[in-house]
Design a protein around this ligand. Structure first.
Ligand code: HEC
Ligand code: HEC
Length: 290
């Protein structure tokens, strides 16, 4: 009996030590990644100063997800408190706040496309993989628009990673630092002309892939209390017409009249142009079926 008890105690001790080891390794992994700068040296941007360029920037800023997370005014907000996983706070990205942190136009573009701070260290959770291929023209327009946002000193708090996040991050199961999955080789990115084309649909559709998956096959819910992510491949949208698709992304209604959950940002896609939505449809319609 005594022997058994001693054996059990040893077992508990080993489990506790092993679990603390994994926790410590995960914590260390997050700490060291967070403090290691990544060099980003894309060619310097030419910011537009004309009304057309600024209007393009505003359109992109409000239809590519920025305002969904950072707020309509860009003053930042709590996106999600996922307990032991972490706290997702989209930063205040109004001009004075960014300047005070050492950002200039090219550093802001690096934050958007590469997920790094002004000092090159990786940002937490900022979905830069969705924006990695944004053309120089489009990102320059966005940055020019951001400079016109009304200054705000609001402090939305800071993002942080919790113990569960440390461990999942250690095993590559949780994209804490999206920057670490990206290629940072300097290069220019040519503009993709807006047209009802598969190429433009693929370009716009990159921002849907962050939720719907690289192959647009959807998957399990991304956060507690939200629905599973829908499959957007032709096999799943069988029977949908282009008009059905436009209505879904403008009014949040499926062809059968049922409501699409607002976690799917149709409030934002409702502001997309016909060309953008029709190009998305052209692109999705030619995807291989599952
Ligand atoms: C899914 C939510 C989400 C979306 C969408 C998003 N961001 Fe972010 N962004 C974040 C989070 C979270 C951070 C804070 C990262 C941190 O604190 O380490 C951030 C950080 C930033 C920063 C750096 C701020 C700083 O304080 O260093 C900039 C600039 C930025 N985002 C711009 C944009 C722009 C422009 C867009 C649209 C193209 C965008 N973001 C879309 C979540 C998001
Ligand atoms: C923040 C994550 C997120 C983003 C970004 C996102 N979606 Fe969704 N989408 C969802 C979720 C979750 C659902 C399922 C909603 C439901 O079940 O009510 C969905 C549903 C849909 C549907 C309805 C499909 C069906 O069969 O019911 C369409 C169409 C769609 N998304 C298209 C898009 C397109 C196109 C984009 C990019 C412009 C996009 N989504 C961006 C999360 C997202």
């Amino acid at each position: 009996m005594k022997k058994l008890l001693r054996g059990l105690l040893w077992l508990v001790l080993i489990v506790v030590v092993a679990a603390s080891g994994v926790l410590a390794a995960g914590w260390w992994h997050v700490r060291s990644t967070a403090s290691t700068p990544i060099a980003v040296n894309d060619p310097p941007l030419q910011l537009p100063t004309d009304a057309e360029g600024l209007a393009l920037g505003e359109h992109l800023f409000t239809t590519r997800g920025c305002t969904d997370c950072h707020g309509e005014d860009g003053a930042g907000r709590l996106v999600m408190d996922a307990g032991p996983l972490g706290r997702f706070v989209a930063a205040n990205i109004t001009p004075q706040v960014l300047i005070a942190q050492g950002y200039d136009a090219d550093r802001i573009a690096a934050a958007i496309r590469h997920g790094v701070r002004a000092d090159g260290t990786p940002l937490l959770f900022m979905p830069s993989p969705d924006y990695h291929e944004l053309s120089d023209r489009d990102v320059a327009a966005m940055v020019a628009h951001m400079a016109t946002l009304t200054p705000s000193a609001q402090d939305p708090g800071a993002s942080h990673v919790g113990p569960l996040g440390w461990v999942l991050g250690l095993f590559g199961k949780f994209p804490i630092f999206p920057a670490t999955s990206l290629d940072h080789t300097p290069r220019a990115r040519a503009a993709v002309e807006p047209a009802v084309s598969v190429a433009y649909g693929e370009y716009v559709g990159r921002m849907c892939a962050g939720c719907h998956g690289a192959n647009y096959a959807g998957g399990p819910p991304l956060a507690p209390g939200t629905p599973p992510v829908a499959d957007l491949r032709p096999s799943a949208l069988k029977g949908w017409t282009e008009a059905d698709f436009l209505r879904a992304l403008r009014e949040g209604k499926r062809p059968d009249g049922s409501d699409i959950d607002p976690f799917m940002p149709w409030n934002m896609t409702s502001r997309m142009t016909d060309t953008e939505l029709r190009a998305l449809w052209a692109f999705l319609s030619q995807l291989p079926s599952g």
